[in-house]
Write a protein that binds this ligand. Structure first.
Ligand SMILES: Cc1cc2nc3c(=O)[nH]c(=O)nc-3n(C[C@H](O)[C@H](O)[C@H](O)COP(=O)(O)O)c2cc1C
Length: 184
């Protein structure tokens, strides 16, 4: 599962994801461009603590179904004010039913050999902003039983050419290797 948390079409996050998906090619990849989906923020109604389901019927239901069965999770987000974008944060907050199922209703995921990647893109080199965003996604990983994860920080990225300061091909290679290990 690939999550694109950027609200900007054709921006730096799209560029990076295109590089990754070109390599991933034939694999069974499903990409969620969150800005194109209708996903409301969590209302905090706590109905999921009773039913294990969200009362808001929107595109998040496509994501819920996939999260249940998926083994590999790739999250891409620009840094906005020292965190992930509100586009992605809404999706993370809407995963509260998984928290409720696990911690209140006592249900476990069948597949617990899961792995995740967090790729964060920002215009500055202010590390704390990246760490804060990474922590938010790791919090979700903890809830959905993604035990192993790796994080990539792409700092000082204002335009596509700034990625030339990074060895993206190597990052992709290492990522594929990392996800491959979980299948052995
Ligand atoms: C509202 C807003 C807030 C931002 N806040 C930060 C920030 O806190 N730290 C940072 O490094 N970059 C920040 N940036 C810069 C973006 O993270 C950066 O330009 C990124 O490459 C944009 O990715 P995109 O083209 O996919 O939207 C911010 C940009 C916007 C529009």
């Amino acid at each position: 599962m690939i999550f694109n948390g950027s609200p900007k079409a054709g921006g730096n996050t799209d560029f990076l994801i295109d590089r990754f998906t070109t390599f991933l090619g034939e694999r069974d990849v499903v990409k969620f461009v969150l800005r194109e989906m209708n996903i409301s923020p969590c209302r905090g109604c706590e109905m999921c603590s009773i039913s294990g389901r969200c009362v808001i019927k929107d595109d998040m239901y496509d994501i819920y179904k996939k999260i249940e069965n998926c083994k590999s999770f790739l999250f891409f987000s620009p840094i906005f004010f020292g965190g992930v974008t509100s586009t992605l944060k809404s999706v993370i907050d809407r995963c509260q039913p998984f928290w409720a199922r696990k911690n209140i209703l006592g249900k476990k995921f069948e597949n617990n050999n899961r792995r995740g990647l967090i790729a964060l893109i920002g215009a500055t080199s202010f590390l704390k902003g990246y760490e804060c965003a990474a922590l938010t996604v790791k919090w979700l990983f903890n809830v959905i039983d993604v035990a192993e994860n790796r994080t990539l920080y792409y700092m000082n990225i204002e335009r596509h050419s700034d990625f030339l300061n990074y060895n993206i091909d190597n990052d992709i290679y290492k990522t594929i290797e990392f996800f491959g290990e979980s299948e052995e």
